[in-house]
Design a protein around this ligand. Structure first.
Ligand SMILES: Nc1ncnc2c1ncn2[C@@H]1O[C@H](COP(=O)(O)OP(=O)(O)OP(=O)(O)O)[C@@H](O)[C@H]1O
Ligand SMILES: [Mg+2]
Length: 249
């Protein structure tokens, strides 16, 4: 498969879904053919960034995994959301927000063969350059599967000691799964911290490359996941920082 990048965190609510949606948009704007797959089956949110409300979506990635539909039926072309500047393509494969589906997914994890089949079909049929996989926080069987088939893992954390220990565990697990590239993103950081020092500390602490720092940004919070920040604020310094993460994927 071409590049599969999984975005994960040990703790909840650190900014994974926002970062995933933003990276997907930037890569598509730069001409890449991108798919964003939502595997957060307990808290699906990727669809919200692209104008879909809970309940708007007919077929989801859950339906594909349960063999209720083909992957094409669970794929939504959201390129139009990027405006007329987009040189690439952006496809969304959302997860279900229906309570019965969430309960069903809690009882059994993804079938790894069906999961990889879905990603391989997506890549082939849509001629994708990159697949971004948003995940549920914490280590569970689904996130381990997503990590295991990834070429690259982005671990998002907050500048909070509670995150540091958990992230160390995630890094160790990813290393044992032999994920070829592991990168850290410290999100919601304070502008008082020196990003270069923090980045060096991250790399020294976790022995991973590419420690990036994204500051707490009120404008992003105010968007409340209604759209990707990089589309609403293309000239904001935070957009530049997310661009440099996208460029180094
Ligand atoms: N850099 C930032 N500055 C300010 N607010 C942020 C920033 N990044 C994320 N947030 C806010 O933090 C909250 C959580 O973000 P998001 O949903 O992307 O996290 P998540 O890790 O995907 O959460 P979950 O674990 O529930 O899936 C949202 O309200 C979002 O607007
Ligand atoms: Mg999320």
């Amino acid at each position: 498969m071409n590049k599969v990048v999984t975005i994960h965190s040990f703790r909840q609510s650190v900014g994974k879904s926002n970062l995933t949606a933003n990276l997907a948009c930037l890569l598509s704007l730069q001409g890449k053919r991108v798919a964003l797959v939502d595997t957060d089956f307990q808290g699906a949110s990727a669809h919200l960034f692209f104008g879909y409300k809970d309940g708007d979506i007919q077929s989801t990635f859950n339906d594909f995994l349960w063999k209720k539909c083909d992957i094409a039926q669970a794929t939504y072309d959201v390129t139009v959301r990027l405006g007329d500047q987009a040189e690439g393509k952006l496809y969304l494969i959302p997860a279900s927000t229906q309570i019965s589906d969430i309960m069903q997914m809690l009882r059994a994890c993804m079938n790894i063969d069906r999961f990889t089949e879905g990603l391989e079909k997506l890549e082939k049929e849509l001629a994708l350059d990159i697949i971004l996989v948003d995940t549920h926080a914490g280590l569970n069987e689904n996130t381990l599967m997503a990590m295991a088939i990834s070429n690259s893992l982005i671990l998002v954390l907050h500048p909070d000691p509670q995150d540091f220990q958990g992230t160390a565990i995630s890094v160790e697990v990813a290393q044992r799964l032999m994920v070829p590239s592991i990168k850290l993103v410290l999100n919601d950081s304070s502008p008082n911290l020196n990003p270069e020092e923090v980045s060096q500390q991250l790399e020294a602490t976790y022995h991973c490359g590419g420690g990036s720092v994204l500051n707490h940004t009120e404008e992003l919070l105010a968007l409340a996941s209604s759209q990707p920040f990089v589309l609403a604020y293309p000239d904001h310094p935070l957009t530049d920082h997310i661009k440099s993460i996208a460029e180094n994927l």
